[in-house]
Design a binder for this molecule. Structure first.
Ligand SMILES: Cc1cc2nc3c(=O)[nH]c(=O)nc-3n(C[C@H](O)[C@H](O)[C@H](O)COP(=O)(O)OP(=O)(O)OC[C@H]3O[C@@H](n4cnc5c(N)ncnc54)[C@H](O)[C@@H]3O)c2cc1C
Length: 459
């Protein structure tokens, strides 16, 4: 292995931390870049300086794991080239393009481990752009980072484990949660139970959250169809069709909305990794082998950025990706440890497929979306405009629809509307989602300051 091989890890969540630790243990000094100010990633997000909550208050049942990941990262200080507050906005030809404040830089790499996690998966709903509607992730960030509730009477709508977890965290923190409205019917969840028993502890934890919510007087409804968020200038309530077909309006001043997570795949796309369609999660994901190797030599993807398997799996896949990078650089790696990690990852994967079956995306909801509903918030594109682009202008897939309507062309670069747009193209054409394609990533993947200073040298 060359002494000067440079391994760069993007992301300091559980996957990035474990990748960096394995690289350091092998004698390397990796570069670790994260756009956040502190390590920990999403689930183990650290509170801002000056906040005094204990790990148990912040992370609940996950406190020990959070402390372990934080300690592992803190032990790396001085042994890694850590660059917090630094966004990676492009990858091209063995070079990362970064932005730290106003300062733009280029970072060369021999091996790149992309561990950038996931973000909320959203489905548009009439009224979802009103002030007071938050994604589930944002609702949790308000609580974890700032100890704030998104409202004084909150309703959570969507599906997936995060729906119940965030509602439970709100109740525990003393917030008033009026209802949790799940789009998945109870029967669908029960059918998936045999797949979920591969991780009985996690399954039990989910059930405990639901029981605690009931005990706290939170109304739990399954099999609902969300119709609209009510209000003119602010949220006044949310109207849904219940499983028995009756309509009901739930009064609230804030809505937390979310349907699982979507892997952050733009950097892998810009690095020209090959993608494959994943049926259970209805997403295109970078193709990786068991250790996180992509189709591009020297590029690895780990954690939720490869597939949303959760924090435990992120730690496993981060370490696996580091071993893969080390092996490909000519290092000897601990074969028995790698085999154990691979085995553990398979179990996590089985469970994740069970979760996808237990809480499927309610795509029928999109078929019924009124034409006037905003689909792309950044560019103010409605569902009707996208349907017209498909039906009248002949867009056969989502990239053509983007060119014709500007859907996904704004600040979020399709990170929030891209999957829903593809679903709507597929529903309008009556073709499988796979055929509606995926929005291709474009740099910069996130907004940059226009007055940035650029450094000529690659660092
Ligand atoms: C908002 C949110 C809340 C969640 N809450 C929970 C929870 O309570 N319980 C649970 O079990 N799971 C939760 N999850 C899922 C859980 O976070 C993941 O399973 C786990 O954190 C994945 O670890 P990771 O290392 O892959 O990614 P993450 O923990 O997401 O870490 C990714 C890191 O990459 C950085 N990054 C991303 N893009 C860039 C870029 N372009 N340039 C530089 N840095 C970048 C981010 O700042 C982040 O620190 C949540 C996910 C989200 C999105």
């Amino acid at each position: 292995m060359s002494e000067s091989s440079r391994v760069v890890v993007v992301g300091a969540g559980p996957a990035g931390v474990r990748a960096a630790a394995a690289l350091v243990a092998a004698g390397l000094r990796p570069v670790v870049i994260d756009e956040a100010s502190r390590s920990g990633g999403q689930i183990y997000r650290r509170q801002p300086a000056g906040f005094q909550r204990s790990a148990a208050t912040l992370y609940g049942a996950e406190a020990d794991k959070a402390v372990a990941v934080h300690s592992a990262f803190d032990a790396l200080v001085g042994k890694i080239d850590y660059r917090p507050d630094t966004l990676v906005w492009n990858v091209y030809d063995g070079v990362l393009h970064t932005m730290c404040g106003q300062r733009a830089e280029s970072v060369q790499f021999d091996s790149l481990i992309i561990a950038v996690g996931a973000t909320d998966r959203l489905l548009p709903l009439d009224g979802w752009t009103l002030p007071g509607v938050y994604s589930l992730g944002a609702s949790q960030i308000a609580l974890k980072a700032q100890a704030c509730s998104i409202g004084s009477r909150v309703v959570f709508v969507g599906t997936g484990p995060l729906l119940y977890l965030v509602a439970h965290q709100y109740v525990k923190a003393g917030a008033h949660v009026a209802a949790v409205l799940d789009t998945t019917p109870l029967s669908t969840r029960i059918k998936a139970l045999p797949e979920l028993v591969s991780r009985p502890g996690t399954l039990l934890k989910g059930m405990r959250y639901m029981m605690a919510l009931r005990r706290a007087g939170v109304r739990l409804e399954a099999g609902v169809t969300p119709l609209r968020v009510e209000g003119k200038h602010a949220v006044r309530g949310v109207t849904v069709e219940l499983a028995d077909g009756k309509r009901e309006q739930f009064t609230c001043d804030a809505v937390g909305l979310g349907y699982h997570l979507r892997s952050e795949v733009q950097l892998a796309d810009l690095a020209r990794c090959r993608f494959a369609f994943d049926n259970p999660t209805r997403q295109w994901l970078p193709e990786v082998d068991e250790d996180g190797r992509t189709s591009v030599r020297g590029v690895y993807v780990a954690g939720d950025g490869a597939r949303t398997l959760g924090a435990d799996a992120a730690e496993i896949s981060g370490e696996l990706a580091a071993h893969a990078a080390l092996k490909d650089l000519g290092h000897t790696i601990p074969a028995a440890r790698v085999a154990d990690l691979q085995r553990a990852q398979r179990t996590q994967r089985r469970f994740a497929i069970g979760i996808a079956h237990a809480f499927p995306l309610p795509v029928r909801q999109l078929e019924k979306l009124p034409d006037h509903t905003l689909l792309c918030r950044c560019e103010s594109i409605t569902a009707g405009e996208l349907r017209r682009a498909v039906k009248e202008l002949g867009a056969p897939e989502v990239n053509r629809a983007k060119a014709l309507t500007r859907v996904g062309m704004g600040r979020c670069q399709g990170r929030y509307c891209g999957l829903a747009s593809a679903e709507l193209v597929s529903a309008t054409l009556g073709v499988p989602l796979e055929q509606a394609g995926r929005l291709r990533a474009q740099a910069p993947i996130k907004p940059l300051p226009i007055d940035a200073e650029s450094t000529e040298d690659k660092v």
